[in-house]
Structure formats: C-alpha cells, structure tokens
Design a protein around this ligand. Structure first.
Ligand SMILES: *Cc1c(COP(=O)(O)O)cnc(C)c1O
Length: 393
C-alpha cells in the first residue's frame, strides 16, 4: 500500500556517503533520532523507540508493561499471528477472544473473558479500522488491565481525533512491506510512561550498552536483546513519513466514494466502523447476511474481469486464529525450558485454542467482504467497483 520513489533513494545515498550507518553514530539529529522526534511530535507522545519490526515493537511494549510468565494477555481472533506469538515470546499466554462486526475486538467479549491471571489486552486496529477504544478502556479501568494497542496496520488512522497506537498504555507499529509506510522491515513502540519507555529502550538495545545517556535511566538495566534500527532504514522512514498525509488523503477519497455509493444497498450493509472519520481508509467492509451471499458477491466482482481487489477476511490465512498452528499446538519455543506453554508459572493459565472455539468470529469474517483500497489506483476504478456491486441490489 505504501508509496516509494527517488526521494528514498536520495536519502539512502546521503547516509551511505556520510559513512554513519549506526544510529548511535548518527547521534542527535541523525536519521533514526529525527524520525523518533517527528513521531513524538505527531503522536503528541513523550516517547517513541524505533525497532526492527512490528513484532519487536509488540515485544518491547509487553516488556515495558512488565508482562511475563504467569500472565494471560487477551488478543482478538482476527489478527496476524505475531500479536499472539509476541505474548508467548515474553513467557505469557495469549487468550483468544471474539471480534464484533467491526472486525475488531469486542469489548463485551473482552470483559467476559477476563480471569484471575489476565494482566493485559492487545486490541488490534486491523486494516486501519479503529477498535472501540472507549469500550475497551472502560473494561481495562474496571479490571486494572494494561492496554497495548497493536497499531501495526493502523499507522495513520485515528480514533476520536487521536492517533491509533498513542491512546493505550503503549502502542506498536510495523513498517514492513504491507503497511501504511514502509522501510521493508521496521517498527516502533510509543508510550507516555517514562518507566515503560525505559524498559522498552533497554530491551531493544542489549541493555542500552550504546546509549550515551544510559546513566540517566531510573530503572535497573537488564540484558535485553537487540532490535535497534539503523540509519539507512531511518532515512527511508523519514521520507516515508512525509508521504503519510498524501496517502491518508488518497485513501480517504477512495473510501468516501465507495461508502457513499454503496450505502443503502439491499444486498449488504456497510460494516460498522467504530470511528468513520478516524478510519485510515485501507479497506471498506461489506457485511452480508450469509457467507453464501458474500461468496456470490465475490464471484460477481471477479466476473467483471477488472481486477477488483476484494476478499473475505476468512480467507486471510494466518490472520485468523484457527490457522495459528504453533499456538493451537502449544509450541512456544525451540527449547522446552523457554516455552511459555510448559513453564510452571503458567500452569493455571488458559492455554487451549481450538480452531472452532470462536464460531461468532468465524461467522462474522465469513460474512464480511473487504474492498482493498490503493492510493495508486485511480478513483474511476472504484466508481466502476461500486457500480458493479450495486448490480446486486
Ligand atoms: C504486520 C503485523 C504485525 C507484525 O509486524 P512485523 O513488522 O511483520 O513483525 C503484528 N500485528 C499485526 C496486526 C500486523 O499486521
């Protein structure tokens, strides 16, 4: 979905010519440093750490929130498996919960699923569609849960005027190939909490060995790992960020055209959106009464032979919990002593995930059709798509 061109080539060339590829050589005013300052300003957050992937960002967020063995973390049944495997990576157990018709975590199902071990929840803004964060935050407050937003697909989307990822206790972004902006592989974690930031920073930087101001830390250093971003990726990200406003405008033009022309159909409804204005515009969801009707609509679109990008989230492979093989088979690690599923601390946690355990989620996904929007595809293509769909009623 991202846009890329000569400006990124020039930015990377500048970094190579400078000979400073390492972020802590680039220092203040270096590429990664500049990206983090820009993100803090944009998100109105005091802290942002750039890392090497969205998965790394989720792991750093969980580390920041002190999630570990003995804890359960609630995740939705519709998300990339990395949301759940990040939980396993920090030694905790993911508990998979229903979505609602917005294709995001259902706050009612969330509250019902809370058990004595539940410590945190990771709502996921799938395809830039904002979760019902008011509902989810209310549940978190009532039960003392930490809130980590998985905004890996939600970068550039908003909820009630605030950027997705910058609303919970921490938020994770991905800048991989499939996301709003991209440096090939990359990510970032943001928080308003000094302590959460310090733990995330330490974890991403081998115990902050390279940070000049490691001495300013208020938490004791621990070993961590290395998810540091380099200046080449930082340079690409700075240019990519400058493209965000244009991407948002073009996506939303396409979304608004489709929503306007598809509203009022007798064949389907527009999927409910928790904040239509904040939605990124990466997809327009259609909700059918039955899966058979959704399939018929997909065949109708394919018959036009115009390459309309439309598909049901039920067919999105590893984005559906029923396809999370390692989670279902409870294999958390290469080494049994590292495996969250075998740790004695997790004995009382709810580990069972079976492919058919969330029939409501599977039914909603099966009845939903996502029209996938692209900024480089002209508006007329979407006008033709709308016209083809209105032939259904
Ligand atoms: C992409 C993605 C991730 C993981 O991001 P990577 O950069 O591939 O590690 C996590 N959660 C969701 C919802 C994603 O779409």
């Amino acid at each position: 979905m991202y846009e890329i061109g000569q400006a990124e080539i020039d930015a990377v060339a500048r970094v190579i010519n400078s000979g400073q590829l390492f972020r802590y050589r680039g220092g203040e005013g270096g590429e990664v440093d500049t990206f983090e300052r820009s993100l803090c300003a944009m998100l109105d957050q005091p802290y942002f750490v750039t890392v090497t992937s969205g998965t790394a960002a989720l792991i750093c967020g969980l580390v920041g929130l002190e999630i570990g063995p003995g804890d359960e973390v609630i995740v939705p049944g519709y998300t990339f498996m990395a949301t759940a495997s990040a939980v396993v990576a920090v030694g905790a157990i993911p508990v998979v919960v229903d979505i609602d018709e917005s294709c995001c975590l259902d706050p009612v199902a969330l509250e019902r699923a809370i058990g004595p071990r539940t410590k945190a929840v990771i709502p996921v803004h799938m395809r830039g569609l904002p979760c019902d964060l008011d509902g989810i935050q209310a549940v978190c407050r009532r039960h003392g849960l930490k809130l980590l937003e998985d905004a890996c697909q939600g970068f550039g989307g908003q909820y009630h005027g605030r950027w997705l990822g910058a609303i919970g206790d921490a938020g994770a972004y991905s800048f991989n190939h499939f996301k709003t902006i991209s440096c090939g592989e990359g990510g970032g974690v943001t928080t308003a909490s000094r302590e959460v930031f310090e733990r995330a920073l330490t974890h991403h930087d081998s115990g902050t060995a390279f940070r000049g101001h490691a001495g300013e830390m208020t938490i004791p250093l621990f070993c961590g790992t290395n998810f540091r971003c380099n200046e080449l990726l930082g340079a690409v990200l700075n240019v990519q960020l400058s493209r965000l406003a244009g991407i948002r405008t073009r996506l939303r033009e396409r979304r608004d055209l489709l929503r306007e022309r598809l509203d009022g159909s007798s064949a389907f409804e527009l999927s409910p959106v928790n904040d239509v204005e904040g939605d990124l515009g990466a997809v327009v969801g259609l909700l059918f009464e039955t899966a058979a009707q959704r399939q018929a609509a997909e065949r109708h679109l394919a018959s036009a032979g115009q390459g309309f990008a439309a598909g049901s989230p039920i067919d999105s492979g590893i984005h559906v919990y029923s396809r999370w093989q390692p989670i279902i088979e409870q294999r958390g690690s290469y080494h049994p002593a590292h495996d969250a599923y075998r740790r004695p601390e997790n004995e009382g946690c709810r580990k069972t995930v079976t492919p058919d355990m969330l029939p409501r989620t599977l039914d909603i996904l099966d009845r939903t059709l996502h029209l996938v929007l692209d900024t480089k595809t002209p508006l007329e293509h979407y006008a033709a798509l709308a016209a083809k769909l209105r032939e259904l009623g």
